[in-house]
Design a protein around this ligand. Structure first.
Ligand code: SF4
Length: 147
């Protein structure tokens, strides 16, 4: 736990994005940005993830999927909504099948602006999320000590 901040594991889920933001998330893993040099690992298993990175808005089909992913992640956990669609529904907000942003179904800790969100903004959002993760971890430790 002490080294969690230095080696966070991420899970990326595409809710209903146009794939524009997904491409930018993947760009963060390419040699140009190379987030793995900070110890950040992209995992496919929610049970191993500290940070949930979501692109796209919530619709009726993915509503429960997003909840299930979130509920499988161990605490403490943080959620980063990447792009305006994940933040509010974005350009698809008025569509008949879109309920809105990710915070319609789970708590969101960081909102990354943009359409598409730039890799620099995504990395900045994840760095913010790591600070929040550390705060949550400290709070959990304090609560455990009080028991
Ligand atoms: S914010 Fe823009 S690029 Fe990202 S999923 Fe929505 S429409 Fe696509």
């Amino acid at each position: 736990m002490a080294y969690l901040k230095k080696s966070p594991w991420l899970l990326h889920y595409d809710a209903s994005s146009c794939n524009g933001c997904d491409i930018e998330v993947l760009a963060c893993l390419t040699p140009l940005y190379d987030v793995e040099r900070f110890g950040i690992i992209n995992t496919g298993n929610p049970k191993h993830a500290d940070v949930l990175v979501i692109t796209g808005g919530i619709n009726e089909l993915n509503r429960q999927v997003v909840r299930n992913i979130y509920n499988q992640m161990p605490e403490p956990r943080v959620v980063v909504a990447v792009g305006i669609c994940a933040s509010s529904g974005g350009v698809f907000r008025e569509c008949y099948n879109i309920a809105g942003g990710v915070d319609q179904v789970i708590p969101v800790d960081v909102y990354v602006p943009g359409c598409a969100a730039r890799p620099e903004s995504i990395i900045d959002g994840i760095v913010q999320a790591l600070g929040i993760l550390e705060e949550k971890r400290t709070k959990m430790k304090e609560q455990e000590a009080q028991r």
